[in-house]
Design a protein around this ligand. Structure first.
Ligand SMILES: NC(=O)c1ccc[n+]([C@@H]2O[C@H](COP(=O)([O-])OP(=O)(O)OC[C@H]3O[C@@H](n4cnc5c(N)ncnc54)[C@H](O)[C@@H]3O)[C@@H](O)[C@H]2O)c1
Length: 335
């Protein structure tokens, strides 16, 4: 389906679900962006879930979001259970405004929901020549190092910087070894999963997808990844007033109340300390790209390059919609 057409359908569905036209625009844009960068788990596949949560009055489609100014640099947002996209949109815009004025902007958000891709917001700051660091927590998926129970979310870590070229540096990575969706697909098709990504219910490493689903997923890099996930839980949950320590509800399975996810957005001018930052980072990237390459590697890429290239390619194509999502869309439009 043509990008413009599917975006309008998504926007209309949100409007039908009582979002204002501008909030529906913000939310549909974020969903279509996820499709275009190939992050399908954060795109159309979540639309029905957002609508279900709105209908069950767990997401507030018309929240009176509060922005409390703590200092010219720092703001605290109470998202009042808005859809995450809208809270994150206000937060990144506020962080950019604060950084433009004072050099640094820091915005904490509580009572929010799933906002999609951290990199989507970071890119907006980079376009204003700012560096961005963005954190959000998420429902339990990963066992803390040594634990036999999932508690941390896939808690993405995002760092983004201007590069002096049109492709921003965006390191935007979840801290799980493997996407849960991939384990679900393997379980359905009786396929094995890679070694070292999950434990069974007894805490033993497993390559059996069904056992992995019943057990726990592992973080990247052992205790180091577990520590990073914990850091994200502290920065986006403990610090902001959001839920933390495994209390963020699963948006698909748990309708007993709002998620109260927390986010933290930090932005600052790239040229705070060195006026010629862009020249320096260009030199940094050039040096790294010129290194001798391992056999089979054509180019050393920096984080963000792959997604940027995919986005540019996909922008010229139609969005292909799997059958189950097509069915969701038809139901959501006609309800
Ligand atoms: N909102 C949430 O609760 C939530 C939770 C988890 C993940 N996410 C989002 O999901 C998205 C996907 O996360 P992911 O961990 O699957 O990302 P990924 O594994 O696709 O990429 C991780 C990072 O590695 C970089 N990268 C990939 N291949 C590379 C290469 N060959 N050379 C250099 N760099 C390379 C990417 O540009 C990216 O910055 C992110 O945007 C994240 O914010 C959101």
């Amino acid at each position: 389906m043509k990008i413009k057409k599917i975006k309008k359908i998504v926007k209309d569905i949100f409007i039908k679900n009582n979002l204002s036209s501008s909030d529906a625009e913000i939310s549909s844009k974020a969903i279509i962006n996820a499709e275009l960068v190939g992050a399908y788990g954060h795109g159309l596949s979540r639309l029905k879930m957002y609508c279900d949560r709105i209908q069950k009055k767990i997401i507030n489609p018309k929240p009176k979001i509060k922005i409390k100014k703590i200092s010219p640099s720092i703001s605290h947002i109470d998202a009042k259970n808005s859809i995450g996209f809208v809270a994150a949109d206000i937060a990144i815009k506020t962080a950019i405004k604060n950084a433009k004025k004072t050099g640094i902007g820091m915005v904490a958000v509580k009572n929010s929901g799933h906002y999609g891709l951290s990199g989507y917001y970071a890119e907006q700051a980079v376009k204003k020549n700012l560096i961005a660091m963005i954190y959000t927590n998420a429902p339990p998926a990963i066992a803390p190092h040594g634990a036999l129970k999932s508690l941390f979310g896939t808690n993405p870590i995002c760092f983004a910087s201007p590069t002096g070229s049109k492709i921003p540096f965006i390191l935007d990575t979840s801290i799980s070894m493997i996407n849960r969706g991939k384990i679900r697909v393997a379980a359905k098709n009786n396929k094995k999963i890679p070694k070292g990504v999950a434990l069974d219910i007894f805490g033993k490493p497993t390559i059996d997808a069904k056992k992995a689903l019943a057990g726990v997923q592992l973080p990247i890099a052992g205790f180091r990844g577990s520590g990073l996930a914990w850091m994200v839980d502290i920065l986006s949950g403990v610090l902001t007033g959001g839920n933390h320590a495994g209390r963020v509800k699963d948006p698909f399975d748990d309708f007993s109340g709002p998620q109260n996810i927390g986010h933290l957005f930090i932005t600052f001018k790239a040229n705070l300390f060195q006026k010629n930052y862009n020249q320096r980072i260009k030199d940094n990237i050039k040096t790294i790209k010129k290194l001798p390459k391992i056999k089979g590697i054509k180019e050393i890429m920096y984080p963000g390059e792959n997604k940027f290239n995919r986005y540019r390619k996909n922008l010229k194509k139609e969005i292909s919609i799997p059958e189950n999502i097509r069915k969701d869309l038809i139901t959501l439009i006609s309800n």
